[in-house]
Design a binder for this molecule. Structure first.
Ligand code: MN3
Length: 207
């Protein structure tokens, strides 16, 4: 039994020119795959057979197993991230649009805040829009850390700000990467779906 590298929910060239097929070849085909392979290599040794991905992340956190936590959390984080992206053209609507308006004033203001969080995050990590109680919150987590490791934090939207996420298309320009991706290729339907509090399950998998 093993975890799988989930296929991308779109063709690897579907998000061009904002995110290239070459980026996906590395980011999905090599980085994401490496986290899957590394975690699978520990299934027998660490007694993980039969556990779901979310159960592995929780076990790793509870037992202080940093290597297992980092790799299993990165499987989940990347799977969730791919689903947060879609070909250009969507805007938030309905209940999500109302929550954004009451929380941030407008979608533009939310995107500015998310981009500032992404750019201001020192070194590797993830910028997030999460639901805490009934309120939207912009935050970020370091390295592989993930909202699914915390009680009461519901994932809605993420942006990978590890250098490997942008170096092929944007070189060192993290601000340009953050503004371009957030402004053009967010899957707002997926974000809206996650208002049900079940976002964690949407990037979970069984062995
Ligand atoms: Mn990454």
């Amino acid at each position: 039994m093993a975890f799988e590298l989930p296929p991308l929910p779109y063709d690897k060239s579907a998000l061009e020119p904002h995110m290239s097929a070459e980026t996906f070849e590395y980011h999905h085909g090599k980085h994401h795959k490496a986290y899957v392979d590394k975690t699978n290599g520990w299934i027998e040794e660490k007694g993980l057979a039969g556990l779901s991905l979310l159960q592995v992340i929780k076990k790793a956190k509870d037992t202080g197993d940093k290597g297992l936590f980092n790799n299993s959390a990165q499987i989940w984080n990347h799977t969730f991230f791919w689903h947060c992206l879609a070909p250009a053209g969507q805007q938030p609507s309905g209940k999500l649009a109302s929550l954004i308006e009451s929380g941030f004033g407008s979608t533009d203001e939310l995107l500015k805040k998310l981009a500032a969080e992404a750019v201001g995050h020192f070194a590797s990590g993830w910028a997030w829009l999460v639901l805490e109680g009934d309120a939207l919150k912009v935050t970020s987590y370091h390295d592989a850390d993930t909202p699914v490791a915390y009680e009461g934090v519901k994932p809605l939207l993420t942006l990978d700000v590890w250098e490997h996420a942008y170096y092929i298309d944007y070189r060192n320009a993290r601000p340009k990467f953050a503004e371009t991706v957030l402004g053009n290729i967010i899957n707002w339907d997926f974000v809206a779906q996650n208002l049900d509090g079940e976002g964690a399950s949407r990037a979970d998998q069984q062995q």
